[in-house]
Design a protein around this ligand. Structure first.
Ligand code: PHE
Length: 338
């Protein structure tokens, strides 16, 4: 049957042409050529009249199959083409990504987290005291007498109701011991306030971490070894430390710990005042008077306490020379601590 050969020819030719189609316009032309009212398929239908009644149903069937085949091929090709066009006009995968503005952890927070980690590793837990506190917790119970200069209006912010903004985190010691029986092994970070002139080195608020350890038979050498461990963890194994005798009303004996910073640069000379040594914390053995105030048996228990200045440590770790940078909220400064 001639018409069957024709059908096969048309199908092959169509497939070849379709594979060369490059865009929607060319596809349209192809569709018209084969499937329009005057197209090739339609012209085959007109040949049907010349066939015998035997051949006609066979040819009709084949012709319908061809028509469906071509239609299917064209519509699936349109789908692919149009989705390609959409993608290429809407999204350019070669463009660089948009810059997301991530926040950063504040350098003081980073420093606190680092120090907390160091002490948590050796079994200290974290406690908190209030920033607004009574005279009793901030001074009285810590054995700071009425005439002590720390209580002066010049140094302490007093509130109208008689409370104070705590001048150190040592108030957390008293709160914790009043609420808990020994043994005690805590660190207490937080913000403290002092009525000082604002300068490169001091601000009206700053941060401390308090440490307190109370048990039977706690000695000054326990204190020294824990603080030396702390300095090594923070500044590296080669760090040199020294303990200088000092005075705090709530510890006896008292000391300050220095780390050797060196005298390699002008800035080293400036921040160590030409000595190479830098004070980083105050410490001592808890004064028995403090134990009496919190109703601990001072004949049974002894302990040590220390207070670390966070800003001082952060300035050393990150090479910040002006303490005021920490409080400005300038994202150009803060963005450097990623
Ligand atoms: N509270 C003291 C200060 O602010 C530091 C300190 C804490 C000293 C604990 C000894 C023991 O300077």
């Amino acid at each position: 049957m001639l018409i069957l050969n024709k059908i096969k020819e048309i199908k092959d030719e169509f497939n070849l042409e379709l594979s060369n189609v490059k865009n929607i316009q060319e596809l349209d032309t192809l569709k018209n050529k084969y499937l329009s009212r005057k197209g090739l398929v339609a012209s085959l239908f007109t040949m049907m009249g010349t066939l015998s009644s035997q051949d006609r149903p066979i040819a009709g069937n084949e012709l319908n199959n061809l028509k469906k085949y071509l239609n299917d091929k064209i519509s699936s090709h349109i789908l692919i083409q149009s989705s390609e066009i959409k993608i290429s006009t809407k999204i350019d995968y070669t463009l660089p990504g948009a810059n997301l503005k991530n926040g950063t952890v504040h350098p003081l927070t980073k420093t606190v987290l680092m120090i907390e980690d160091i002490f948590q590793k050796i079994g200290f837990s974290i406690a908190y005291g209030p920033e607004i506190d009574s005279d009793f917790y901030n001074f009285e119970a810590l054995n700071i007498p009425r005439h002590h200069p720390a209580r002066d209006m010049q140094d302490t912010f007093y509130l109208n109701d008689g409370n104070v903004l705590r001048t150190h985190t040592s108030n957390s010691q008293i709160h914790f011991m009043m609420d808990n029986e020994p043994p005690v092994r805590i660190i207490a970070p937080g913000r403290v306030y002092r009525n000082e002139d604002v300068s490169v080195r001091s601000y009206c608020l700053f941060h401390q971490i308090e440490g307190l350890y109370v048990d039977k038979n706690v000695s000054f050498s326990d204190l020294k070894s824990v603080l030396n461990y702390f300095a090594r963890e923070l500044f590296g194994n080669d760090v040199k430390t020294r303990f200088r005798p000092s005075y705090f009303p709530f510890t006896e004996p008292s000391a300050e710990m220095d780390v050797y910073w060196g005298l390699n640069s002008e800035s080293d000379k400036r921040i160590t005042k030409g000595t190479g040594w830098l004070e980083i914390l105050g410490c001592g053995m808890v004064d028995p008077e403090v134990f009496k105030n919190v109703k601990y048996d001072h004949s049974l228990y002894s302990g040590y306490a220390f207070g670390v200045g966070i800003e001082r440590i952060a300035m050393l770790l990150y090479g910040v020379e002006d303490i005021r940078e920490f409080y400005k909220g300038d994202t150009r400064f803060l963005g450097q601590f990623r």
